[in-house]
Design a protein around this ligand. Sequence first.
Ligand code: 5GP
Length: 190
Amino acid sequence: MELLKQKIREQGVVLSAQVLKVDAFLNHQVDPVLMQQVGVEFARRFAGQGIDKVLTIEASGIAPALMTALALGVPMLFARKQQSLTLGGELLTARVYSFTKQVESTIAVAASHLAAGERVLIVDDFLAHGQAARGLATIVEQAGARVAGIGIVIEKSFQPGRGELARLGYRVESLARIASLDGGAVRFLD
Ligand code: 5GP
């Protein structure tokens, strides 16, 4: 996706050889035109997969997941990181370790929003070690639903996430693949 790569080049900030900050268009301020293109592109890549729902994790996955759900004409559901009093009833949960924040947290979705047999597309902003996507996949499978695929906006291909998810048999589609952040520069894989 050329617009996404251009935004990363022009507005991304390399915080270290491991971490890219994209607060200008994805993780804090959000570019709606870019998000719309992201949604249309995921919908194109997963067309014909019979997707019933798009699942993400709050907060930064919500914008790309919502636009993907809109393009596919299905609902979007986001897992919560904080236990909310309003999230009553039976919960589906998974433990997720964040390497960027160095904390483990429990993510949760109300069981009433995921039905057995549904085909679920997982969408997230970044793929690093694959922890968030694996946690979401665990939740889908607890519901007896199926993971139809995983759509990632920015994949850091030098970290092990894609390999892990592929080894588990998931189809991963990433819109920008970063080969390296060494020396403060973003180098794309393709
Ligand atoms: P993973 O679970 O694959 O290890 O990491 C993915 C999650 O961590 C994403 O949901 C994202 O919020 C966060 N993350 C991982 N790497 C980066 C990064 O380089 N920049 C930002 N902004 N977030 C990241």
